[in-house]
Design a protein around this ligand. Structure first.
Ligand SMILES: [Zn+2]
Length: 536
């Protein structure tokens, strides 16, 4: 562990602050990093077994969180005290009874689940036996706002489409992320008649190397229980194909995967064409019901007119649970993902008790379940909020903010979409921290955490992470972290963490909350694509 000592104690900070002029807000910090770290240590302890959705470990973490939210003086704001029950269905592939093969020239060649391609239970919800021709559809996107229609002119009826994850470079980041969500991509593919999808991860933007993806391929997936929540109706089969094996798909098509990957790395437009092989799939899917819950706590505002409006501070408290062992360790502790954000929620709540601040609006402290299964807890909360839907003015989501380097830069996802992004940038600057937009749009981060559930309901939202500039040594530290620790058992409490960066990030979050609770409600920018969701 490489924990950096905190620079000041809180009392030293106040002394220092009082010696400085009032115009130096960057000096005051209500956090020391140590309290945050003690929450992380509990949440990421081996005994919580990686906080899998529906597990005893997650229930323990939630009981701990409720105890601390209560201690901070917050009011219960769920439907059952602090809890909001969430009903889920679990899907698991019975791999021994399932198979994949490529069929061409009258021959059937079996694919290896471990090395070539696997059936994703996230997009295969029912057992199926299916043989269908394949069509390569580029990135598989239809984006009317940019006059992009990669499906035009192709016969996709009854076909399985093959696409490379990503988007052309002329598509703005937020728009590109939105249309690459499972629901949006499938909407246009389904309309064109497709019955299945094969995703080839883009080698230029894979966070996790194939062997690690493949290792946990049979970890169960989940969805919210109820037809209103099925985002991919009509999708019979979803397969993920190893880019290193993808040439097998292109044999006899007149194209190679090397050519496709070369274009995809620079986000260039891709050709689209029928493939010479078909896919034969047999999938056996086992389903079970699972119960979990969100946690909702309220810090009431004091303004008679505004206190019935809410600013949400959200973080997911679930993680991946117990999985395939890596270096002998099968406990996916999730210290940074997202013990870090859950700890921040508890610590910021405690800070408002220790150092009260005038808040016009009320603040909801929301710890959601099922994020790792596809933003399920937040999707449920956004669809069935425990306060009036119209009263939610903003969501500030915290997920894996990664205090692994000193905090000099904040990466604001949603920076250019709403006033909330603009204000977050201004607060960062007031703390002498440089705000930047997402420098790696290919990673699709804007739709990959719980803020997206709020965005789709019209609520301005941001997710903010400690950042770096491309081409600096920090970029390598982040890249190494994603390759080695992200969604791996080594995301545990024995990793180097910058406590001072965590404390500063918490202070930033506290200021953004206070500002949002008191300033005029944030709005989407007139030119933002996401503004459409706020229309009704
Ligand atoms: Zn995660």
């Amino acid at each position: 562990m490489n924990r950096v000592n905190k620079l000041f104690t809180v009392s030293q900070l106040f002394l220092f602050a009082s010696l400085c002029s009032a115009q130096q807000p960057a000096v005051t910090n209500h956090f020391d990093g140590d309290a945050w770290w003690s929450y992380v240590k509990f949440l990421a302890d081996d005994s919580l077994e990686g906080r899998d959705t529906g597990s005893d470990g997650l229930r323990k973490a939630q009981a701990y969180a409720v105890e601390h939210l209560q201690k901070a003086g917050l009011e219960p704001a769920g439907t059952d005290g602090f809890y909001q029950p969430v009903h889920l269905i679990q899907f698991q592939l019975d791999e021994a009874k399932s198979s994949l093969a490529l069929v061409g020239d009258g021959q059937s060649k079996a694919l290896s689940f471990a090395d070539d391609a696997f059936i994703s239970s996230r997009s295969t919800r029912d057992s199926t036996s299916l043989t269908a021709p394949l069509v390569f559809v580029g990135y598989g996107l239809k984006i009317p706002e940019n006059n992009l229609d990669e499906l035009a002119g192709l016969d996709l009826k009854g076909k399985i489409v093959v696409y490379l994850a990503g988007s052309p470079s002329n598509i703005p980041t937020a728009l590109s992320s939105h249309y690459q969500s499972a629901a949006e991509r499938w909407r246009s593919l389904r309309a064109a008649g497709a019955v299945g999808i094969i995703t080839i991860p883009n080698p230029a933007s894979m966070d996790i190397p194939w062997p690690r993806i493949s290792l946990n391929r049979n970890h169960p997936s989940m969805d919210l229980d109820g037809p209103e929540f099925n985002e991919t109706p009509g999708l019979q089969l979803g397969v993920v194909f190893n880019p290193a094996s993808a040439e097998k798909l292109f044999v006899g098509s007149g194209h190679t995967f090397t050519e496709i990957a070369d274009l995809g790395k620079d986000r260039k437009p891709l050709p689209r064409f029928p493939l010479a092989v078909s896919l034969k799939a047999d999938a056996v899917i086992l389903t079970t019901k699972v119960e979990s819950a969100n946690i909702v706590a309220k810090l009431p505002g004091s303004d008679p007119a505004l206190k019935n409006e809410y600013v949400v501070l959200s973080a997911h408290i679930d993680h991946l649970g117990i999985g395939a062992p890596i270096n002998g360790d099968s406990n996916y502790n999730g210290a940074m993902d997202n013990g870090s954000g859950s700890a921040l929620v508890l610590d910021v709540a405690a800070s408002f008790k220790a150092y009260p601040e005038k808040l016009g609006r009320s603040v909801l402290f929301l710890l959601v379940t099922g994020e790792e299964k596809g933003l399920l807890g937040s999707r449920y909360f956004a669809a069935h909020p425990t306060v009036s839907a119209k009263s939610i003015v903003a969501d500030i989501n915290v997920d894996m903010f990664l205090p692994i380097v000193p905090m000099k830069i904040l990466k604001i996802l949603g920076l250019d979409e709403s006033d909330l992004g603009t204000r977050a940038a201004a607060i960062a600057q007031s703390m002498r921290i440089k705000p930047i937009a997402d420098p790696q749009p290919l990673r699709n981060a804007f739709i990959r955490s719980d803020q997206y559930s709020f965005i789709r309901k019209g609520v301005p939202a941001v997710k903010i992470d400690i950042g770096f500039e491309l081409g600096t040594p920090e970029e390598i530290i982040f890249k190494d972290w994603l390759t080695n620790r992200y969604h791996a058992p080594s995301d545990d409490i024995n990793q180097p963490v910058e406590l001072q960066a965590a404390a500063l990030y918490e202070e930033f979050t506290r200021r953004l909350l206070i500002d949002t609770a008191n300033a005029p409600a944030p709005h989407w920018k007139p030119e933002s694509f996401f503004r459409r969701y706020a229309a009704d």
